[in-house]
Design a protein around this ligand. Structure first.
Ligand code: HEC
Ligand code: HEC
Ligand code: HEC
Ligand code: HEC
Ligand code: HEC
Ligand code: HEC
Length: 441
């Protein structure tokens, strides 16, 4: 029994010695956080990830505590192979959790490179104050909630302290009721905390009211800052350009072939959503356009993906080309407002006469679709304050048109419907385009 225990203990020692040796030999090229940071930036990990906030992918801080190094190497270098070939259950679950949003493949990174990146994530300093966040439009922003919580706590704490001080004074007063002299002394004007720090009559105000007042100012400033911050900084996804399941090019189709946007996004003028075309729309051309010249007589592998998705066999007898097992292509969604915000394409394209390009950029030059605007509330509001709406011949603006005409007749050149350069200016804002309820459910 006793010898058994010793033998076991010996084994444990031997094993740990062996492990120490292997770890130290491994540690010879220690992961380098600085190099990791460079690689993280050069490979645009930040377009989908932030350290402390979920963006397109998970927040990465602490990832080394939930995944092994081996796991991370396999995932980052080729998550698709890791899921489909290795069939790692955690990788499959993670992919499902993110609704099939695909992370790119980074086979350009060596395993040591990946460990460098992990080292960078491990050692990157925690965010401190919101004010220290540097504005970089391509980088998702960190949260600043902690700062506000702190401000609020400080406020509440000072109110509680002041109330306690008053309670103590009252108790003292009651206790010394019999001692008139002491009472007189207590009632004599005495310099309080606020009299010392505030000039004149402000110092004589009730301290609780003053504390509440200070608290309100602090709270107001915090809330205003938080609001500004969230409408301009939080969750910016500008520049997001994921790899799509088929290498479809807007530059080729909308640019060189000059197809109208509405040929494919056919609902954009009538409905809230701009539809993504069904693959049958592609087949209008790609039944014939197979690019066999380009691929030595073979059908283009990208076009084959369209055929596979539709279960279409170009060699079958006429009438039998389509099989029974179509699998819809899942395009990666790029533009995505949060659920609480309402945006309607018909309103902008049809009523407001806005060009696709004003919001989406030069799509006809994009090989891969990229998000051009921030889609932040500040962006919407900016345009609503400045865009000119065309009220003539547009029934939607009848009321606004009449109101403006009346105001101009009454106030002449002082009317608020004139802009600085003396021209009539009618903006969406004047038509209620800044009301919270228009954009929020
Ligand atoms: C196009 C967007 C995109 C880019 C670019 C991207 N990722 Fe990801 N990443 C994701 C998504 C989405 C997931 C979640 C899993 C999924 O849906 O595939 C993820 C998951 C991860 C995970 C697993 C996190 C966890 O909680 O287990 C790590 C680690 C990771 N990414 C690291 C990186 C690194 C390092 C880079 C840069 C070399 C990078 N990613 C670039 C989108 C991206
Ligand atoms: C031949 C069909 C076709 C034409 C023409 C076309 N598109 Fe697209 N568009 C697509 C497909 C397919 C996708 C989804 C795949 C992708 O993102 O590349 C898409 C995606 C988009 C997206 C991103 C959707 C998202 O996920 O957020 C925008 C924005 C867009 N198109 C705008 C335009 C504009 C603007 C034009 C005209 C200049 C145009 N498209 C012309 C087929 C087309
Ligand atoms: C109006 C006709 C037309 C429509 C509709 C159309 N395409 Fe094309 N597409 C073309 C032509 C023409 C080319 C080849 C240009 C060339 O010669 O390089 C092409 C090329 C391509 C290529 C490049 C293939 C390669 O290997 O180089 C892809 C991928 C593609 N189209 C996908 C799509 C998808 C997906 C849709 C539907 C959303 C679509 N196309 C709709 C006409 C069309
Ligand atoms: C005033 C700005 C604006 C204009 C103009 C505009 N879009 Fe959009 N587009 C958006 C916003 C914002 C979203 C994201 C909507 C969401 O997530 O609900 C979007 C999303 C899309 C999508 C993804 C599918 C969807 O509806 O969410 C496509 C495709 C698209 N737009 C195409 C177009 C085309 C084509 C035009 C021109 C005919 C156009 N857009 C004009 C702002 C605009
Ligand atoms: C490029 C300029 C532009 C941008 C960006 C823009 N809008 Fe608009 N918006 C307009 C115009 C022009 C109108 C039409 C005027 C109208 O209907 O009163 C409009 C109208 C609206 C209306 C209807 C207002 C009403 O009184 O009927 C809503 C709601 C709206 N926009 C929401 C949004 C949201 C949400 C965003 C951001 C995701 C956004 N808009 C971004 C230009 C813009
Ligand atoms: C023209 C459209 C529009 C109007 C008007 C508007 N919002 Fe928003 N708001 C948005 C959009 C779009 C988002 C989502 C994008 C984002 O997170 O910034 C948003 C996000 C928000 C958020 C969440 C911020 C975050 O970080 O998720 C709050 C809170 C908010 N709005 C409050 C308001 C209040 C209060 C008003 C009225 C004073 C208002 N909004 C008016 C379009 C609008």
């Amino acid at each position: 029994m006793f010898t058994n225990t010793i033998a076991r203990q010996m084994k444990v020692w031997m094993l740990s010695a062996l492990m120490a040796v292997s770890v130290s030999s491994y540690a010879q090229d220690k992961p380098n956080a600085e190099n990791g940071k460079k690689l993280y930036e050069a490979n645009n990990c930040g377009s989908c990830h932030a350290l402390d906030k979920k963006v397109v992918g998970p927040a990465l801080r602490g990832v080394h505590t939930r995944r092994s190094e081996e796991w991370l190497i396999q995932w980052v270098r080729n998550n698709e192979k890791f899921r489909k070939v290795t069939k790692d259950p955690d990788a499959i679950a993670l992919y499902a959790e993110y609704g099939g949003a695909a992370m790119n493949i980074f086979e350009n990174l060596t395993p040591a490179n990946v460990l460098d990146i992990v080292e960078y994530i491990k050692t990157a300093p925690e965010p401190q104050k919101a004010v220290a966040v540097v504005a970089d439009a391509n980088q998702p922003k960190d949260d600043s909630t902690t700062l506000y919580i702190l401000l609020v706590l400080v406020g509440i704490f000072s109110v509680v302290l002041l109330i306690l001080a008053r309670v103590k004074n009252t108790l003292k007063r009651v206790a010394s009721e019999k001692n008139r002299e002491e009472l007189a002394a207590l009632n004599a004007p005495k310099k309080g905390f606020f009299e010392k720090i505030l000039p004149g009559k402000w110092g004589k105000k009730n301290p609780v009211v003053l504390a509440l007042f200070t608290f309100a100012i602090l709270g107001g400033a915090g809330a205003y800052y938080g609001f500004e911050f969230s409408i301009t900084e939080v969750g910016v996804q500008k520049g997001y350009a994921p790899k799509q399941p088929i290498a479809f090019s807007h530059k080729l189709h909308a640019g060189e072939l000059k197809l109208d946007c509405k040929y494919c996004h056919s609902t954009v003028e009538e409905s809230k959503q701009a539809s993504i075309p069904a693959l049958n729309t592609c087949m209008n051309c790609h039944k014939g356009v197979q690019l066999t010249d380009k691929y030595n007589g073979e059908i283009s592998p990208e076009i084959k993906k369209i055929y596979a998705a539709l279960d279409y066999n170009p060699e079958a007898k006429p009438g039998e080309e389509y099989g029974k097992n179509p699998r819809p292509i899942r395009w990666v969604r790029i533009h995505n407002l949060p659920d609480h915000a309402y945006f309607n394409h018909a309103q902008h394209v049809n009523v407001g006469k806005q060009n696709c390009q004003t919001c989406h950029g030069a799509m006809e030059k994009m090989e891969v679709v990229q998000q051009h605007s921030t889609l932040q509330m500040g962006w919407c509001i900016d345009c609503h304050r400045n865009a000119q709406v065309d009220v003539a011949n547009n029934n939607y603006y009848k009321a606004l048109h009449e109101k403006a005409a009346k105001d101009i007749a009454a106030n002449k050149s002082k009317s608020k419907y004139f802009s600085a350069d003396g021209k009539v200016k009618l903006t969406p804002a004047m038509n209620g385009g800044l009301e919270c309820s228009k954009c929020h459910y």
